[in-house]
Design a protein. Structure first.
Length: 263
């Protein structure tokens, strides 16, 4: 492994590209420790600070993880969370089937809290309005891969099972439809990238400068009134969002006007 001094790309980025390629082809497996920074510096013929910049970059990308006093390891880069909100609905509930097979969802709290601005805006209420929130995390064997929250109006959820600190044996929207007597008819998803809060970075086990993907999901009834506002936050470099959909056939061309044909 070498760098090209004549290359316009910075040396630490050249090294990062080579490490990515080696990890991609399986030279280093998830969980395997990389050579020490001094060893890699000697390997590439560069200063230790250059290798440290490489490691820092790949940590931000989510490819490497550093354990103090132990070394630098390959993170589980092959783990991908393929999830869009529409997967939670429908007869097959594909996301929930996939979730059960690969991930564990854990309810972490049910309480009344002041609504953050994006949730308040979605419900059309003032910032800080008290709402009911059900919080959860989604885990794999070795990491937390999603932080989630589902918000409901207290006037809707008060006195229902939605207030109970317990998981349901079915998707949340089905429980909500039954106890609220309203059907989920449409929804909007807004996905943004941002920096994590301190709590998010700690729970997701990422650096504070690692970007996260954040979903705001608003579910409406048939009158276009919000039933539920859900949030989900994922570590950006380790997450892909994939949606499969049909492409409609082109509309048939109208027959030409017979009158024009005779003109």
């Amino acid at each position: 492994m070498t760098i090209n001094p004549g290359n316009a790309e910075f040396p630490h980025r050249q090294i990062a590209a080579q490490l990515r390629e080696r990890i991609r082809r399986g030279d280093w497996q998830p969980g395997e420790r990389l050579p020490s920074i001094p060893a890699m510096a000697e390997m590439f013929g560069v200063a230790k600070q250059t290798v440290q910049r490489t490691v820092d970059q790949l940590r931000v990308e989510g490819i490497l993880i550093t354990k103090p006093g132990s070394g630098t390891y390959v993170r589980g880069t092959r783990r991908r969370l393929n999830r869009l909100s529409r997967g939670r609905y429908g007869a097959h509930r594909g996301y929930h089937a996939d979730l059960a097979a690969r991930y564990r969802q854990q309810l972490t709290g049910v309480r009344r809290e002041a609504a953050p601005p994006e949730v308040a805006d979605a419900f059309g209420v003032r910032d800080g309005t008290e709402l009911l929130v059900r919080r959860h995390v989604v885990r794999t064997d070795d990491a937390t891969v999603e932080l989630g929250a589902s918000w409901f109006r207290i006037t809707d959820a008060s006195g229902t099972t939605l207030e109970r600190p317990e998981a349901f044996g079915r998707p949340l929207y089905q429980e909500a439809e039954e106890v609220l007597g309203r059907r989920y008819a449409s929804a909007t998803d807004t996905i943004t990238a941002r920096q994590p809060s301190r709590d998010e970075a700690e729970i997701l086990q990422i650096r504070p400068d690692t970007p996260v993907l954040h979903l705001l999901h608003v579910a409406f009834d048939e009158t276009r009134k919000p039933i539920e506002v859900a949030q989900a936050t994922w570590p950006g470099p380790m997450t892909t969002l994939t949606e499969e959909y049909r492409i409609p056939a082109p509309a048939a061309e109208p027959d030409p006007d017979p009158g024009l044909a005779l003109a």
